[in-house]
Design a protein around this ligand. Structure first.
Ligand code: HEC
Ligand code: HEC
Length: 88
């Protein structure tokens, strides 16, 4: 009797462990997708990944019509999300 109860409890614990792992994988996937949704910093002579946010904003705040405007609030680091492209 007591032994059977213990096994049932074990089964429940394993069920919740499996659900926790599944939840962690799904949450990780969504965080990855969020970070991946930012377009990459294209490799151009005017795109230096070491530039400060202020230098990026000097172009990306809409003075020039051929430069895409930053469509979100300003942040301290740009390359955290806009990872630099390797080539071309
Ligand atoms: C001299 C002006 C200038 C500066 C400085 C500059 N950019 Fe740009 N940026 C542009 C122009 C022009 C484009 C559009 C052409 C292109 O994608 O190369 C662009 C495109 C982009 C894009 C869109 C790329 C795409 O494929 O949609 C992102 C993101 C971006 N810049 C981020 C940044 C970040 C981050 C910095 C600072 C490290 C920065 N830019 C600095 C002029 C500039
Ligand atoms: C938290 C992540 C994150 C950070 C930090 C960030 N961005 Fe973005 N940025 C995005 C996402 C996501 C998009 C795409 C939005 C969309 O398509 O509506 C985007 C879009 C852009 C675009 C438009 C690209 C295009 O082709 O139209 C520009 C320009 C840009 N960001 C510039 C910057 C600059 C400059 C900084 C630093 C001050 C910066 N971003 C910091 C996530 C980020």
């Amino acid at each position: 009797m007591a032994k059977k109860k213990k096994q049932e409890l074990k089964g429940q614990i394993n069920f919740y462990k499996a659900m926790a792992v599944l939840g962690a994988i799904i949450a990780g996937t969504f965080v990855y997708m969020l970070l991946d949704s930012a377009p990459r910093l294209s490799a151009r002579e005017f795109h230096d990944p070491k530039d400060s946010a202020t230098q990026c904003l000097s172009c990306h705040t809409g003075q020039a019509s051929n430069i895409p405007i930053m469509p979100h609030r300003r942040m301290d680091s740009c390359t955290f999300c806009h990872t630099p492209d390797k080539a071309g």
